[in-house]
Write a protein that binds this ligand. Structure first.
Ligand SMILES: Cc1ncc(COP(=O)(O)O)c(C=O)c1O
Length: 386
């Protein structure tokens, strides 16, 4: 007997958008539903389950169902952006609640947490998430309600041992949420390691074509807290437009091919430049001398992803000048923020994060796309000062 989609491999499910066929038209591609509102039944019920598009839209279903399967979760929600997804997870808490988050994480979310979120009443402690003793000391049971992890973490690419942090957090009665944007469900499934919630900036690898801003949350279980987050998405209105949701599910069909290619290419680029005297340090968890290499082998056995950073040689001043000059000289790599698209991007991270940034000035962040690896190496090689 033919296998049902229950038994398909994740890459098969993804390529086929779960294998769904439209029951009315037999279309093999999911429909787009631009309607903002739906007719009530004559007996006053909403039997279709749809009433108003700020609450939910059927166009969200393919991406949400696929994410739930890929992450091994119980349910997913897509949002208007990664920030809308992340801030929903935090505002699902109550003023006075305490959260623990990493010192090194996506900067805009860290700025929101230490600014508006604290003004709103959250108590936020930032810790070195790679230091398990520091994480344990930061817990304040029963006030600590959430521990936020980002792994691999922007832009230094340190990894967090999700299982170890989950053990600490759960013992203190806190949930664990993982920003898994840079790992993707192709390379890491945080719920398998004990996470309660997984967040993605779907703007990045999930969509993969630098043409959609979106985000997602996946829960390990259906419970009252998840229902609260669902209500919040509807109440705060952080929903994607139907066209964006449709583009997202379309982009996701090639997720496995894109991520595997980017990850293999990034590993080759990291190895190639690791002995280059113009570079002080290559930051990539797949390199054997990376401080979290052992965690990488356990947590990301199929590859460490398409993100790496390089620190230019020469010390703080000369290194910063060399980094800016290198970014100015590339041709194939595009000088732009963001990550996870099919085209490779290079970015002087300290310039976008501003003077408060803990990121060293000599650092360039590289988002490896799916171009030929030799072309990428040659372009970067030519852009590095002799
Ligand atoms: C790791 C990470 N998390 C969250 C976000 C925020 O996502 P968005 O830009 O889709 O709101 C980003 C964006 O760069 C990111 O890189």
């Amino acid at each position: 007997m033919a296998k049902s989609n229950k038994d398909w491999a994740p890459s098969t499910l993804t390529a086929q958008a779960m294998g769904h066929i439209d029951p009315t038209t037999r279309a093999i591609i999911p429909q787009i539903h631009p309607a903002t509102t739906y007719q009530r039944d004559s007996d006053n019920e909403y039997r279709s389950g749809w009433s108003y598009s700020r609450s939910d839209n059927p166009t969200y279903q393919p991406a949400e169902e696929l994410l739930t399967r890929l992450e091994g979760g119980a349910d997913s929600l897509i949002f208007a952006s990664g920030m809308a997804a992340a801030t929903c997870a935090f505002t699902g808490l109550k003023p006075g609640d305490h959260v623990v988050a990493p010192q090194i994480m996506y900067w805009a979310l860290r700025n929101w947490l230490t600014g508006p979120a604290m003004d709103w009443g959250l108590d936020v402690t930032l810790v070195d998430m790679t230091d398990l003793d520091a994480v344990a000391s930061a817990m304040q049971p029963p006030r600590t309600k959430l521990v936020w992890i980002e792994t691999p973490a922007n832009p230094l690419w340190r990894l967090t041992d999700i299982a170890a942090v989950a053990k600490i957090a759960h013992a203190a009665g806190a949930r664990v949420a993982v920003d898994s944007t840079c790992a993707t469900p192709v390379l890491s499934r945080p719920i398998e390691h004990g996470a309660d919630l997984v967040m993605h900036s779907a703007t990045k690898y999930l969509n993969g074509h630098s043409d959609v801003v979106a985000g997602s949350l996946t829960t390990a279980r259906q419970d009252d807290h998840w229902q609260h987050l669902k209500n919040l998405r509807s109440q705060m209105g952080g929903v994607p437009g139907p066209f964006e949701a449709w583009l997202l599910q379309r982009g996701m069909r090639t997720l496995f091919l894109r991520v595997r290619q980017a990850s293999q290419s990034a590993a080759r680029i990291a190895t190639h430049f690791s002995t280059d005297p113009r570079i002080e340090q290559v930051l990539y968890p797949g390199l054997p001398d990376h401080p979290d290499h052992a965690i990488a082998m356990r947590q990301m056995p199929d590859g460490c992803g398409g993100m790496l950073s390089i620190r230019l040689a020469g010390g703080q001043n000369a290194g910063t000048k060399a980094a800016i000059a290198c970014a100015a000289s590339v041709n194939l790599w595009k000088r732009a923020t963001s990550l996870g698209g099919v085209e490779s991007l290079i970015e002087h991270r300290a310039s976008i994060e501003g003077p408060q940034s803990p990121v060293p000035g000599d650092l360039l962040r590289l988002s490896v796309g799916i171009e030929d690896t030799d072309d990428l190496i040659a372009d970067l090689d030519a852009a590095l000062e002799p």
